[in-house]
Design a protein around this ligand. Structure first.
Ligand code: ADP
Ligand code: GLC
Length: 484
């Protein structure tokens, strides 16, 4: 089976969030699962990807290529390599005019057009190599036009006659709303993007909606989120489209790439450990506290946060009460994140008010994210919605009990310790209201004093199986359904 996997970010090359973790792990898991599955991945060459460090070579056999976008002939080059430790072939689309913008995503007027180029180039490269995929697997709005292009822009090409498409939704809230004019450049029927058309949404051409109506199969990254997006609360006004397509919609929980996230082998840690011997975790905790010039005896819990500071993540729920919690309880918070200035400001304010209790790094730091997962006792993720969420899974595997809102993938992975005392792996709350989050934090802080209960939960959490192999097998079933 040939799979064309198209994504806007991928570990270890470039990452802003969980999509990169998924893209770096799922294709490799697919080819591990079945040597007959051959994956070619397509990704933009952003200015921040050091091609030579990652062993890419320029595809001299292709030379300079171009895609015609409307009146504009856009030249590009291709770099070729392999995803580390796998057979997955990676093709980087090198077009500085489109992808050298300092950041991966922009608010520039041509944002959707940048990804139209990526998707057209992916088809172009497949044609030049005379490669016929059985499946085109697209991810989020940036590559959601692939299914529509397959039907319309490239419907004439016999090479793709048997190709079927799968669209994975990692976050329904980002839809790629743009000017209907771009249908022309994408080679799609213009009337579909106009009012009343299948690609029209919120007065614009919605790249995501085009994918939702055209893909042969749709997946999202947890079973609970698959159900939630069919309702008005989390459906982002696409719930009607999604429930109409529920027969082809599957929720598949993401996995954890244990090559990167494993306390036994993690190169970022001061010491390594496992469920049988937790002494290394105590060393990581001390090292983490020292890194932030904090100290805490073993009976004072350290709560970690690693997150994009976006509205989705629910940190607004902490605003009314966290100051009071810090004033009245002996606890440490160590937070890593960046994003909305007002949320950065909120955390900066707390760090200034409680220099002995709060450690903060505003920015992005891969190594620190691992050190927090290992060094913290608990991990806070109060997301309003969470399609899957990876950090709660990383936390559990590192013996760090997550405190989460019971939604999406958080609901599918974290079992509340008080609702299910014999099975609990963390703390979860059902109502995303500040007073409920605060009560859950107090519940966690109290439970931390009950050492036997806490330790047993840690061990259960560390023994969870979040393997990508299970998820990869489910994706193969979806590919088969798409092909039938
Ligand atoms: P999302 O994709 O919505 O941001 P996920 O939980 O799926 O949420 O994935 C987030 C990923 O990004 C995790 O691997 C997390 O460790 C990482 N991450 C988020 N913020 C930072 C940061 N400031 N520094 C380092 N890693 C971060
Ligand atoms: C999105 C979601 C997150 C999910 C990730 C990978 O960024 O917000 O919940 O884990 O994609 O699928």
């Amino acid at each position: 089976m040939n799979v064309c996997f198209v994504t806007s970010e991928c570990v270890p090359y470039v990452k802003t969030g969980g999509l990169a973790d998924v893209a770096g792990a799922l294709p490799a898991a697919l080819s591990r699962l079945d040597p007959d599955i051959r994956v070619k991945m397509f990704l933009p060459l952003y200015d921040r990807i050091p091609v030579f460090d990652h062993g890419f070579v320029h595809a001299d056999d292709l030379g300079e290529l171009s895609v015609t976008l409307g009146d504009d002939v856009v030249p590009y080059h291709v770099w070729y390599g392999h995803l580390p430790g796998s057979d997955v072939e990676v093709y980087l689309v090198d077009c500085p005019r489109f992808f050298h913008r300092g950041t991966l995503y922009t608010d520039h007027a041509d944002e959707a057009r940048r990804f139209v180029l990526l998707q057209r180039a992916a088809f172009d490269i497949m044609q030049r190599y005379a490669w016929s995929p059985d499946i085109v697997h697209a991810n989020d709005w940036q590559t959601a036009l692939m299914p529509a292009m397959l039907r319309h822009a490239y419907g004439w090409d016999d090479r793709f006659r048997h190709t079927r498409s799968v669209l994975s939704i990692h976050n329904l809230a980002y839809q790629g709303l743009t000017d209907p004019h771009y249908t022309w450049e994408a080679g799609l029927p213009a009337e579909r993007a106009l009012p009343g058309g299948a690609y029209h949404h919120d007065g614009a051409f919605s790249c995501l909606r085009a994918g939702l109506v055209e893909a042969d199969q749709i997946t999202t990254v947890s079973p609970t989120y698959a159900a939630e997006i069919q309702g008005p609360h989390l459906g982002c006004r696409l719930d009607g489209v999604l429930s109409a397509r529920r027969d082809v919609l599957t929720g598949i929980l993401n996995g954890v790439d244990t090559a990167h996230w494993n306390p036994r082998t993690d190169v970022h840690l001061a010491a390594r450990y496992d469920a049988a011997d937790l002494s290394g975790k105590a060393i990581c905790r001390t090292a983490l506290l020292e890194e932030f010039s904090l100290s805490a005896p073993p009976d004072v819990p350290v709560v970690g946060i690693v997150s994009r500071l976006a509205e989705q993540k629910g940190f607004d729920l902490l605003v009314p009460d966290l100051e009071e919690v810090l004033r009245t309880r002996d606890v440490r918070f160590i937070a890593l994140g960046s994003g909305a200035p007002w949320l950065e400001g909120f955390f900066r304010g707390l760090a200034a008010l409680f220099p002995d209790k709060v450690g903060l790094f505003v920015g992005y730091d891969e190594g620190l994210s691992h050190r927090i997962e290992a060094g913290a006792d608990a991990f806070l993720m109060p997301s309003h919605y969470e399609p899957c969420g990876l950090n709660q899974m990383y936390s559990m595997l590192y013996g760090t009990l997550p405190v989460v809102h019971h939604t999406g993938g958080l609901a599918d992975t974290v079992t509340d310790l008080h609702e299910h005392p014999g099975r609990g792996t963390g703390f979860s709350f059902h109502d995303a209201r500040p007073e409920v989050v605060t009560a859950t934090l107090h519940r966690m802080l109290d439970t931390f004093q009950e050492k036997d209960i806490w330790r047993a939960a840690m061990r259960r959490a560390m023994q969870q199986d979040f393997s990508w192999d299970r998820a990869a097998a489910s994706y193969v079933q979806v590919y088969r359904r798409a092909s039938n």
